[in-house]
Design a protein around this ligand. Structure first.
Ligand code: SF4
Length: 88
């Protein structure tokens, strides 16, 4: 298995959130309006896939990453780990 690069900087420079400092990417889980605002920025982000993969690999416990909430990431991660185990 190839080593995984967990550094954030290679893709972070192109992150759309850098140009949207007023948007909260770590809103309370019940704040659906703030979550929708963050998702809208992520939807237009050129590095959303890299962001989501990084959040999955590092198991980020909070925030919106790649347009996904922590609950959504947990579901993706669970499926991803199950598929990895089946493949090995
Ligand atoms: S996907 Fe969203 S949180 Fe991730 S870098 Fe892009 S704008 Fe920022």
């Amino acid at each position: 298995m190839a080593p995984v690069d967990l550094t954030i900087s290679p893709w972070r420079d192109a992150a759309a959130c850098l140009a949207n400092p007023d948007v909260d990417f770590f809103p309370p889980r019940e704040d659906t309006l703030a979550i929708a605002r963050a998702r809208a920025v992520c939807a237009a982000c050129p590095v959303a896939d890299e962001c989501l993969n990084w959040a999955l690999l590092t198991n980020q416990p909070d925030g919106i990453w790649g347009g996904h909430t922590v609950k959504e990431r947990r579901a993706i991660r669970r499926t991803w780990l199950e598929e990895s185990q089946r493949a090995s």
